[in-house]
Design a protein around this ligand. Structure first.
Ligand SMILES: Nc1nc2c(c(=O)[nH]1)N[C@H]1C(S)=C(S)[C@@H](COP(=O)(O)O)O[C@H]1N2
Ligand SMILES: [Mo]
Length: 387
């Protein structure tokens, strides 16, 4: 074999006119929009998950988290084809000769370093996000914390990248897309595809990717969303994320000696399922909206949480801790901030869509609060403690 065949390509070997800043900048604008939407909705999701957020998360509108999370997953999904096209269009730059002068070399190294961080972080975010929407957790780290930290790194690197490239971006976007002004010297070949078609094609691919997945949150898209991943279908059309069997709670949930404990300091009450059914019942339509991107509305029946808190004389303005019958797993204990605890829509649900709550949906009773991430809607309640 000739040694030449093993050598990496040179920048000059890439001749397609499509690999040009004119394409990279235009696709980059859309990619940047997707990243910013994903970043902002991701921050919102982070705020919704932590017990003591920067600003207290609102309880209204009840569908806010559902739609910001759907937008988060949609913008991330749209970014995948855009990122691929963008990386393809700038790929030859990877093989550009480094400058000789030391100062130029230093500047170029810094710039390339920031791009390496940006590309790495972007690929990590999109790949881990896709795995999460597919309910696949092949890693050992905590998904949400890592995805959140990496988002800041990606955003920081993006800001540096845009700042460095701003003069070029402005100039490129100011000239016609077919202009050769900013092209690398070796770009000569014009293939069957022109630049405008490539950019439009990338946007179309982004749109198709969103349509193919968004049905897990948007009911009207369910039939076109061939890749829309939802948890297993459950009663009332509400998916089931973790089954009672998987959580190992079947025996405890069905036990005749089951009691829900509601506690405030030294005062506590123990309520059987029949006791709970004997209290004033309310009905409300609230979504389950999983961080993984699927969501569904349910019509829930049950006891208003505030009514239970009144039984033990709990004042308003207190956070409330929910403990599940589940013995293991990260979601067996959750804390509900006070604004949700005092909200009249927050229920300890006993039924879904006119039927007794299914075992897999949290029988004997579960928490359902407005505008909350699904993971905090604790199932198979054992204890409710005022903090
Ligand atoms: N005890 C307990 N509650 C839980 C979970 C769990 O694993 N254990 N999963 C949560 C998650 S991630 C979601 S999205 C919702 C889903 O509720 P569903 O299975 O009734 O749709 O329940 C939440 N409540
Ligand atoms: Mo979830």
């Amino acid at each position: 074999m000739k040694l030449e065949a093993l050598a990496p390509p040179r920048e000059a070997d890439f001749t397609s006119r499509l690999r040009s800043p004119a394409v990279a900048a235009r696709v980059g604008v859309w990619l940047g929009i997707c990243f910013v939407i994903a970043f902002v909705t991701g921050l919102i999701s982070h705020e919704a998950h932590v017990t003591h957020p920067f600003v207290g998360f609102p309880t209204r509108p009840v569908w806010l988290y559902r739609w910001t999370q759907a937008l988060h997953v949609a913008s991330g999904t749209a970014a995948i084809p855009l990122l691929l096209v963008k990386l393809w269009s700038v790929f030859p730059k990877l093989f550009a000769r480094p400058p000789r002068r030391i100062t130029e070399l230093a500047v170029e190294s810094l710039e390339r370093g920031s791009i390496a961080v940006l590309v790495g972080a972007a690929i990590f975010q999109l790949a881990s996000g896709v795995a999460n929407t597919a309910q696949w957790y092949p890693w050992g780290f905590h998904f949400r914390a890592t995805h959140y930290a990496m988002a800041w790194i990606a955003l920081g690197a993006l800001a540096v990248h845009v700042a460095v490239k701003l003069p070029l971006i402005r100039s490129v976007l100011g000239s016609p897309i077919e202009s050769a002004e900013h092209d690398r010297p070796s770009t000569a070949e014009s293939g069957p595809l022109d630049r405008r078609t490539l950019v439009r094609g990338s946007l179309l691919a982004a749109g198709v990717a969103v349509l193919a997945t968004a049905g897990s949150a948007v009911p009207v898209l369910r039939r076109v969303s061939v890749f829309g991943v939802r948890s297993g279908g459950g009663p009332g059309g509400v998916p089931i994320n973790k089954s009672a069997r998987a959580a190992d709670v079947v025996a405890a949930a069905l036990s005749p000696s089951y009691r829900l404990t509601v506690r405030h300091g030294a005062r506590s009450v123990e309520l059987s399922r029949a006791d709970l059914e004997g209290l004033r019942q309310r009905t409300g339509v609230l979504p389950i909206a999983c961080v993984e991107g699927w969501s569904a509305n349910g019509t829930w029946d049950g006891v208003r949480l505030r009514d239970l808190l009144d039984l033990v004389g709990a004042p308003r303005g207190r956070d409330v801790r929910f403990t599940s019958l589940q013995q293991h797993g990260p979601y067996k204990v959750t804390t509900l901030p006070s604004q949700f605890a005092d909200d009249p829509l927050t229920l300890v649900a006993l039924g879904l869509d006119g039927e007794k709550l299914a075992l897999d949906h949290g029988y004997p009773c579960r928490l359902i609060a407005p505008d909350r991430p699904g993971v905090l809607q604790t199932k198979w309640l054992d204890q409710v403690e005022v903090l």
